[in-house]
Write a new protein. Sequence first.
Length: 426
Amino acid sequence: MTAATVGYMNGYTYGVGVDSASGDARNMAASGAPATVPQAGGDVVTYQMTEIESFSQMTTSLGISASASGGVGLFSASARMDFAKSTNVNDSSLYLLVTVKVTKAFESIPQPGISVAAANLLANGQTTQFQDQFGDMFVRGMLTGGFFYGLVEVTTHDQTDKTSLSISLKGSYAAFSASGEFSSDLKQSLSTRQTNVKCYAEGGALGTLPHTIPELMAAAQKFYETVDANPVPYTVLLDSYSILPLPAPPNYIDLQHQKDVLEQCATARDDDIQALNNVDYILANPAQFIGPDAAALTVLRGKLQSDLDQIAAAASHALNFPKDAAFPVLDVGTIQLPGRIAGSPAPPPPVFVTIPNWGDMETVDRGDGGQIKSADDLGLIIKSVEDDTVAVTNDGDIVSMKPPPGSVVPSGTVVTVTFSRTSARQ
């Protein structure tokens, strides 16, 4: 049994036949009424935040890669694929993908049968006609609900900046997955960065999709509420006709070869799109890279686009002529792109300390042996000023401090301490 996403598939219903290579719906071959699977649950909401590092990972997260979709409809028209391409995922920016998934109860056909028309074709040995009319699989079950995807692209200045930011944000992913809310650390980090937000939804009724971080946070929180009245089928379970009581099973050897070629084409397509996005970023930001050759990159871009055309043509041929399916010969081999400038190591975060109420200069220098620490222990720089105009009891008593006691300041702050000097008045 194969799970397949259906965000781009029209005409799907229980029992309908499917040509798994193209994802196209065929005629109804399987019979039987669907029913809710016992203990299947329903109205389950899950939140997830992941860092996306490649276009291939993006398609996997959206459920449209060869591995995620079971090879179903890899080259069909797809709103999810259009969204994935629009993100322009490259190696230089940092990407955070927010996913909200609402799952209602799963239904499937518990005891599927075969229609009379389909059975008669096989009984008469008309296996090719059977495949043409009913495909090679059928829809046995469906999950309804909705998906919301929000991608945040964070601009980084160099490779060191990207690595540092990635490490600092990792602790925020689990917090979102548990609550569906951005942590204060994540919001603070993103508030100082240049970001770009792109979103996509299936099901629900969000209206205008978010374009800013605050809008994205609000949409992620309210998406579940809008799905209850507007669920859509977003995943189907496809089963092979071999589980049905068939008079004579059709030969699917050629179809398996066709699917193998299509999966190879899909992998090559994802790699080429990633490479194109990287080339475009380098051409737009040459100062971030080591010795970029604009002319050579432009030539490479043309070859990658040509290879994408060849991949699309091979996929189209495989769909139309399964027996003759063949992987295209591509022009671009191993790609060597200019390295990104490493950049300076990120400075350590500041350490904040509270200025004590020292009382006298001896305590400033040595502390009190207990809770009050010395200026050196706190990393504070003391600028001392004598004052012989104030009547005090002891030599060295502190008259004033700037910043005053109790202030929270970064370690390394200069504190001006004015103290008495009684001997100067004698």
